[in-house]
Design a protein around this ligand. Structure first.
Ligand code: GLA
Length: 387
């Protein structure tokens, strides 16, 4: 059965963690949302469009000035000292160190800080918890330094922290939705031009967790990105001047299929068809045509399963069960190799559909998946610290 979104807000959790860990009150706090991507998967590093929605579940960062750097997370409650210029430790604090390094390059870092982090997002569930953390941290720490960065600056700091510092070869989708989201809307983000357009998303969507945790630093995403680069280099031999894989049209696919090795052709095929589906999906959503939107989601999942090879059996089963029991559509969301399925369904049918998913999943995998719903929420914000 669906579980309610955690009642306690992430900012109250972060600020009480700050007080209990540091015996003082934080000076500033900020929070940023996780996301589900409705469609447009693995297009953001190939010059294509994405269509994410911000979740009500958020990550909050509370901070106060200090000599040196001290980080604590609600996940383990242990205060860790950090040296910003030392090699990264390969744990969650790397994301904060990355943010501080990037803030320094634009002169927007405080001299040092105590930082407490808390989240109502499940970690490692493919809901962009790392972007929620880096965007919220960039906002809180820059405020602590007396700077007000624009959403575009927050995106750049958070993206470079994850991509250049931590070394995850992600695109900019997650940071962009975390910084630019507006309540009640999905965000059509054309990653090649940087154009963003809000598309009304007044209803609810459901998130079903596969329970299989993915670790981006594990390398699958980086490997796919290398394959896409290789496919692009080969395509440029046929189409000199081609900027991105997403610039190919579906009419070019017979040539791609004939000239590239099967694996590389499949990756390119996913990017090209997904780009087409994502723009159609934004149109369908704008017209309120949830039937067509749902069908595009299912096609997108199939493309991830067959061509991009980023799904897992648990996610395939959730999509099948959702469709069998009357959802508009369902799709593995986020990088893949674990994570969550987004389910679109009529509100009055959702309880029954989710119960059927839970039952069918239990029959196959011996456990019930967590499921919860959300509306489209707003992006990063400064939080007021009460009383
Ligand atoms: C991860 C990355 C994003 C995007 C998705 C796949 O979430 O952080 O930039 O590439 O995978 O669509």
């Amino acid at each position: 059965m669906p579980t309610p979104v955690t009642r306690l807000s992430s900012v109250r959790l972060a600020s009480s963690l700050f007080e209990s860990s540091f015996s003082s009150r934080p000076a500033v706090a900020a929070s940023a949302p996780g996301r589900v991507n409705l469609i447009g998967e693995h297009t953001d590093y190939n010059g294509g469009p994405v269509l994410p929605v911000a979740l009500e579940r958020r990550t909050a960062v509370a901070a106060g000035l200090e000599d040196g750097w001290f980080f604590v997370s609600a996940l383990d409650g242990t205060v860790r000292g950090a040296e910003i210029d030392r090699p990264l430790r390969r744990d969650w604090t790397d994301y904060l160190v990355g943010v501080v390094r990037e803030l320094r390059t634009i002169g927007a870092a405080p001299v040092g800080a105590r930082v407490a982090v808390a989240s109502t997002l499940p970690a490692g569930a493919g809901l962009a918890s790392s972007a929620a953390l880096t965007v919220a941290a960039a906002k809180a720490l820059s405020l602590l330094a007396g700077r007000r960065l624009t959403p575009a600056q927050l995106v750049e700091v958070a993206y470079r922290a994850e991509h250049d510092q931590v070394g995850v070869r992600c695109g900019r989708m997650d940071q962009t939705i975390a910084a630019h989201a507006a309540a009640g809307t999905a965000l059509l983000f054309e990653t090649a031009s940087g154009a963003i357009q809000r598309v009304p998303f007044p209803g609810r969507l459901w998130v079903v967790e596969s329970g299989v945790s993915h670790r981006l630093t594990g390398g699958e995403l980086n490997q796919r990105r290398r394959e896409c680069e290789e496919a692009l280099a080969l395509c440029r031999q046929m189409w000199p001047g081609l900027a991105h894989l997403a610039d190919l049209s579906t009419d070019d696919l017979p040539t791609v299929n004939a000239r590239l090795a099967p694996d590389l052709a499949a990756r390119a095929r996913h990017v090209v068809t997904e780009t087409f589906r994502t723009r159609m999906a934004a149109d369908a959503l704008a017209r309120g045509d949830l039937g067509q939107l749902g069908w595009l989601l299912v096609e997108g999942h199939e493309s991830l399963r067959v061509d991009y090879r980023s799904t897992i059996p648990e996610a395939d089963a959730i999509v099948e069960l959702a469709m069998e029991h009357g959802a508009y559509g369902a799709r593995l969301t986020g990088a893949g190799w674990g994570g969550c399925v987004v389910v679109l369904a009529a509100e009055d049918r959702s309880a029954r559909i989710l119960a059927e998913i839970a039952g069918g999943f239990r029959d196959r995998f011996g456990r019930e998946p967590e499921a919860w719903s959300t509306r489209a929420a707003s992006g990063v914000r400064r939080e007021t610290l009460s009383g």
